[in-house]
Design a protein around this ligand. Structure first.
Ligand code: EPU
Length: 421
């Protein structure tokens, strides 16, 4: 078992290169199944979820080859021989649901285990299923498997009750081969939805409107391969921006799209941080004491739920009270119990967490409960007096590349240790 050990209260200073976006990568790698040719995907984050998706494609009979230290992946899906995905690999990741849309689109059938991934309570995939059914597919859930099949996929008008990122992308994946036009209304507008649409269009798909709440897909018969570069990760970038503020440091996040960070930039400025914008970078440092502010998560361009835990942690250390409201998931405050071991003064009432602020974290032994909770415990540990030990760090390896080495280069006292179980 591995732990992360941090000796806190070092101000982090310097530049950090942000990797490719996890939530774009985990959609674009399965999307390569749609191509009847070789896809070369660049700027991938070197993380476990991407490795598991590549392994899943290999188990289907496809060929995957990592190049450039895991940052580039060559996928040849022309040799896929089965529509049944490896149960255990898929049960480890939420994003394995994209294999459903990709295989259904290309082969008319798919069998994938119910997805795993971060546990924020009930995470249904009913919008995905309803959308596939609207396109003419039959869907069965049995023995832990999701099985979908269609004699012929036909374009449909689909309205999502909530702008779900996963459902929007999955329905695009299936619809690229459906006969006629599919319209997705109340679609998610996240940058990784746009990135996936751009990737599919590069291969010959006909998708318009991605980035707005209405996406139209005109079905085609075949997609070819090609070369594509994934967008930078706004959540990784945001985590380092918050690290600058929480350690009273001065960090420049590089290789990013500043526009994708507007939600966080605005909040950090409200909190009395200086955020200086370059062409593909943002520099963050404090002007003085941090001030509290209120944050409410929502779909893009609103404040992302994937930065809610990190932001709530930062707000604990500000002067004055703050209110954090989570509107995307019904149970995304479970990190707070662990954060309290480090001294957090957060009180939860339903979907709202309130902090009085003025908290100084003190090191303790804690365990990550999911990916972003792991990141938040790292941030609190970096700010804490004394030593913090974080367990269950496999969660972090699913989504943050080279976390310790990037933080060490900024001056953090952080290491990974192997401990006896
Ligand atoms: N929802 C349904 N039915 C569905 C799909 C979603 O009720 O069929 C509900 C969910 O329960 C939730 C809301 O709709 O309340 C939004 O869920 P969404 O589908 O947008 O989330 P997701 O596809 O499960 C992806 C990311 C998450 C990120 C969310 C929101 C991947 C693999 N996961 O999840 O990423 O939090 O979108 O942006 O892309 C993370 O990176 O830490 C992470 C959890």
């Amino acid at each position: 078992m591995e732990h992360i050990v941090i000796n806190g209260q070092q101000p982090l200073v310097g530049k950090v290169q942000i990797g490719g976006a996890k939530n774009a990568a985990v959609a674009i790698v399965p999307a390569a199944i749609a191509a009847n040719g070789i896809c070369i995907i660049e700027n991938l984050p070197d993380i476990k979820d991407v490795q598991n998706l590549a392994a899943s494609i290999e188990k289907l009979g496809g060929k995957c080859r990592f190049l450039d230290e895991g940052k580039t992946l060559e996928v040849d899906a022309s040799c896929i021989t089965t529509h049944v995905a490896d149960y255990d690999l898929c049960a480890k990741m939420r994003s394995s649901y994209y294999l459903l849309g990709a295989l259904l689109g290309r082969f008319g059938k798919a069998e994938v285990s119910m997805p795993g991934g971060c546990d924020f309570g009930y995470r249904p995939i009913d919008y995905h299923i309803k959308g596939f059914e609207a396109m003419g597919a039959k869907c069965v859930l049995e023995h832990g498997w999701v099985k979908v099949s269609a004699e012929k996929l036909t374009g449909a008008n689909i309205y999502l009750d909530f702008p779900s990122v996963g459902a929007t992308i999955n329905l695009m994946l299936a619809a690229v081969f459906a006969e006629g036009t599919t319209k997705i209304e109340n679609a998610a507008r996240e940058p990784h939805v746009v990135d996936t649409a751009n990737f599919l269009n590069m291969m010959g798909a006909k998708i318009s409107g991605a980035g707005t709440d209405i996406i139209r897909i005109n079905g085609v018969n075949e997609l070819g391969g090609g070369r594509y570069t994934i967008i930078p990760d706004p959540i990784e970038a945001g985590t380092y921006m918050i690290a600058a503020a929480i350690t009273n440091g001065d960090i420049t996040v590089e290789n990013i799209i500043p526009k994708h960070m507007d939600h966080l930039t605005a909040k950090l400025r409200d909190m009395n941080c200086q955020v200086e914008e370059g062409e593909d970078s943002l520099r963050v440092y404090r002007n003085g004491d941090l001030k509290g502010c209120d944050v409410k998560t929502s779909g893009y361009p609103g404040f992302p739920t994937d930065l809610q835990p990190q932001m709530a942690t930062l707000l604990c250390t500000a002067c004055g009270a703050s209110v954090v409201t989570e509107t995307v998931f019904n149970n995304r405050f479970q990190y707070i119990n662990e954060l309290k071991r480090l001294g957090a003064n957060l009180k939860v009432e339903g979907r709202t967490a309130v902090t009085k602020g003025n908290c100084t974290f003190t090191g303790a032994q804690v365990a990550a409960t999911d990916l972003r909770s792991g990141a938040t415990l790292v941030l609190a540990g970096l700010a804490a007096k004394g030593e913090t030990t974080i367990g269950n760090i496999f969660h972090l390896d699913r989504g943050y590349e080279n976390l310790e080495s990037k933080l060490r280069a900024l001056g953090a006292d952080i290491k990974r240790v192997v401990v006896e179980e």
